[in-house]
Design a protein around this ligand. Sequence first.
Ligand SMILES: [Zn+2]
Ligand SMILES: [Zn+2]
Ligand SMILES: [Zn+2]
Ligand SMILES: [Zn+2]
Ligand SMILES: [Zn+2]
Length: 358
Amino acid sequence: MDNLTAEDYLNQQTALEEEAKELMPWDPKTCTYSIGPLKQQVYACLTHDNIGICYSCSIRCHTSCEIVELFTKRHFTCDCGTEKDKRIDSKSSNSKCEIRQNKECDIAAVDNIYGHNFQGLFCDCSKEYDPESPSVMIQCIMGLACGEDWYHDHCIMGYTDEELKDVARKSEDDKSENSPDGFPSLESFDSFICWKCVSRYNYYFQKIMSNELANDIISCTIDHDKSSHFINEHGKREKIDSDIQFSIFLKEDYGNGLEKLKDSITDHKDKLYIFLTELVPFLIKDEDLYEPPTEEDDSILDIISKSLSSSMTTSDIVLGTTALNKLQSKLKEFLKPFAEKGEVVKEEDISSFFHSSN
Ligand SMILES: [Zn+2]
Ligand SMILES: [Zn+2]
Ligand SMILES: [Zn+2]
Ligand SMILES: [Zn+2]
Ligand SMILES: [Zn+2]
């Protein structure tokens, strides 16, 4: 702080605000626990037993925890402030969830599914997410066997990690699509069902693939076996290679296709009919994705002041206990003359500003 000009300071503030807005596009006001199981953005807290928490709780309640973004999970209930949440509340109020303000731990949902994503690991290879990797990662839309896991393109094709360096990729320079040779192009399919889920429900998928509506539903299948790399364009698989596990790539309008297929089954005790209506109704019509309310402009500053107060150790500056959103414009006014003259703002200037504002 000592050697910061006012301009630096203001620029830093603006950059911080912009960064915060990008990271937190929604207003973290609502915990989804009370809404019940939802398809929503889920965050795993590695600090607290790998529980899954909602967007708002990841910002407000588990502020200094190690958080992994899991993207969306279906039918998930927030664990924050439940008996699963072993967070020790250091604040004087003993509410369990900062947002819900519950004094007693709430009952944790029994039907949350926790795969290894909640340990920060993804794919069959159990790796942490690497934003630098050239691999495309795809989430399994079915998820009943894999917990809606995310997979590397090369892992879908059965390449082990050691073989990865030898994997021929379609293009070295096109960052948007750099999948291994033989991997379906990203425009050619809408969704993906992993080989684990296909294998577990093999009976049903065989029925779907041999149905005349298969062409409306399935874009292609791809073997989870690097030695075969077999891609079947229309999902009509022969039974001869039933030993080899394979993934299914679904066409854009697969939901309608599956619905037609379902409607064509007149016997409602038919196993495939029950499968489609009871086990995977979300493949016909997906659950709506819950979106937290969008950010109102001033509350973002409140969040910034909170994160500043938890990360800042410069005790002379009373940013922590003051609501920055109220002070922001006053602070800008105060700093303007410094900025115009190009003068250095000293810690005591800022400090006196905050003291005079209280
Ligand atoms: Zn929550
Ligand atoms: Zn935590
Ligand atoms: Zn919470
Ligand atoms: Zn992988
Ligand atoms: Zn799966």
